[in-house]
Design a protein around this ligand. Structure first.
Ligand code: ABC
Ligand code: CA
Length: 475
């Protein structure tokens, strides 16, 4: 599937080992143990209803290749990022046939499947590594000479970021020599084969900033589908060049501003607006292919930073009302609260997959609202949002026909948004899809709204909603 195909999608990111067991059992899974807990592809197949009924139409799974076996200084490779053999699958997650069955099952539902891949490194359990244990890069010369990336390198030594090693003495990540033409061609044919073999629709690429930029265009072309890169950095100008080499990047700059903007009532939302506007001007193809997220497997969950449910709802709303592709990290909808890795990788079965939870409903409504907006404006996905209000505590985000009102004033507040030129017609009837409350635009098409409980509002014209549809069916 192409970037244009993906632009209309909504992605559910899951950790394959932690999402669902094949028989529906609920084994204990202590995140501190960093062990495999028993989730796999069959488990995902059995729980596709759960994902799809929230309105997601794409799934991002963990890396699929064979990883180091057994215990290491940081536990087992249940997350899938510790490659040993790129030509074998990680059989903890199932067989090749199981993975193909997952791909088939996803496609039968008109959903997309995204695979996660690592080309920057292999994992070593000693330093120097036992290079012979890697496949196919089994010579020392297949790797950059040893040095660890230092914290200070990140801001002023891009060569070290690309050619020194991630990890530490306990578990070095041997840095592959991605300058070597043989290695480059091995990677290009590998990704092409992997995507074809399992009919993946998209690829999430790990550690993108740790490989020279001009490695990526050929790799992306060989993949032949949408590619979204992990460039872990808070600066849009640093991330921007990678949006030329790949289809897009995960929107880390907005992530940082989003998190700090909403994690307390002292956050500053105009910083988020500024970062987003900067992205609109510097990202290639605009910002419409970026992956927008509030949580992922590398960062503390939002509810480990605040438990104010109004702040949580506001922050969770953002990825669904902005220009890029929403990505929701599994468990967020169940209100999970895990902190730093490994605590943020809780087993989802421990939640019981309850669909009556408030945040499950919230996500469902947001996915449906996005679809409803697109069904009445064919340019919805390609239009660029505008901030009509952008202050420390309030945002009004216009992406016609949707107007989203966010606040970080918290659950005890009564927020107020004054949006004189919201772009609606005179007195047009609108509805906040989060509460199904109606309100009329004023004579100039503006809105002036007093909220409650610090909650966000997502306004659409009532006429955009299908009668009996999934959003406010009685409207
Ligand atoms: C393991 C343990 C951890 C332990 C760690 C030392 O070792 O689990 O508890 O703390 C995989 C596993 C991890 C595992 C690692 C290392 O391997 O999932 O559990 O950690 O063995 C990707 C993946 C990630 C994966 C890998 C490795 C890479 O998403 O899941 O981890 O395949 C860097 C990389 C980034 C990588 C991330 C984990 O590390 O760039 O690709 N993620 C700064 C640097 C970033 C750096 C980040 C974290 O610190 O600039 O490059 O990310 O170390 C902003 C700045 C940023 C700054 C942040 C913190 O602040 O703009 O630059 O990031 O304001
Ligand atoms: Ca590298």
């Amino acid at each position: 599937a192409s970037p244009d195909d993906w632009r209309t999608r909504s992605i559910y990111q899951l950790v394959t080992d932690r999402f669902a067991t094949p028989d529906g059992s609920s084994p204990t899974c202590n995140t501190d143990d960093r062990r495999y807990c028993g989730g796999n592809y069959k488990g995902v197949i059995n729980k596709l209803d759960y994902i799809q009924s929230m309105g997601f139409d794409a799934i991002w799974i963990s890396p699929v290749v064979a990883n180091v076996e057994g215990n290491t200084a940081y536990g087992e490779a249940f997350h899938g990022y510790w490659t040993q053999d790129i030509n074998k699958l990680n059989d903890h997650f199932g067989s090749a046939d199981d993975l193909k069955s997952l791909s088939d099952a996803v496609h039968k539902r008109n959903m997309y499947l995204m695979v996660d891949v690592v080309v920057n490194h292999m994992v070593a359990t000693s330093n120097p590594p036992n290079f012979g244990s890697f496949e196919p890069f089994n010579q020392q010369s297949d790797y950059h000479s040893f040095c660890f990336i230092q914290a200070s390198d990140y801001d002023n030594n891009q060569t070290a970021v690309e050619q020194c090693w991630l990890g530490d003495e306990n578990l070095p990540l041997a840095d592959i020599n991605t300058e070597d033409p043989n290695i480059v061609s091995t990677w290009n044919s590998w990704i092409s084969g992997l995507v074809k073999n399992y009919t993946f629709d998209g690829v999430r690429i790990d550690t993108v900033k740790h490989v020279r930029k001009d490695f990526w265009p050929e790799f992306a072309k060989s993949a032949g589908v949408y590619t979204v890169g992990e460039v872990l950095h808070n600066d849009t100008n640093y991330v921007a060049p990678y949006t030329q080499s790949l289809s897009a990047a995960l929107d880390y700059p907005a992530y940082f501003a989003l998190t700090t903007g909403f994690q307390t009532t002292n956050g500053n939302l105009s910083t988020l607006a500024a970062v987003v506007q900067s992205g609109q001007s510097v990202y290639d193809n605009g910002e419409h292919y970026m992956g927008s997220f509030l949580e992922n497997h590398d960062n503390p969950r939002f509810q480990s930073l605040t438990q104010d449910q109004a702040l949580v709802k506001n922050a969770m709303t953002w990825p669904f009302v902005q220009d890029g592709i929403p990505v929701l990290y599994y468990g967020q909808e169940q209100g999970y609260t895990g902190g730093n890795d490994p605590a943020n990788r809780e087993a989802l079965w421990l939640s019981g997959y309850g669909e009556d939870k408030p945040l499950v409903q919230h996500v469902k409504t947001l996915n449906a609202a996005r679809k409803a907006a697109a069904s009445t404006n064919k340019d919805f996905y390609t239009s660029s949002l505008k901030f009509l209000v952008d202050s420390t505590n309030n945002l009004a985000i216009s992406k016609p026909p949707m107007l989203t009102l966010l606040t970080n004033e918290g659950s005890t507040s009564t927020p107020q948004w004054n949006v004189p030129n919201a772009g609606y017609s005179a007195n047009q009837e609108l509805i906040d899809v989060l509460t199904c409350t109606k309100v009329n635009a004023d004579a100039n098409g503006g809105v002036s709204i007093k909220g409650s409980g610090g909650n966000p509002q997502v306004l659409l014209p009532t006429s955009a909603l299908a009668k009996g549809g999934s959003v406010c069916p009685d409207a």
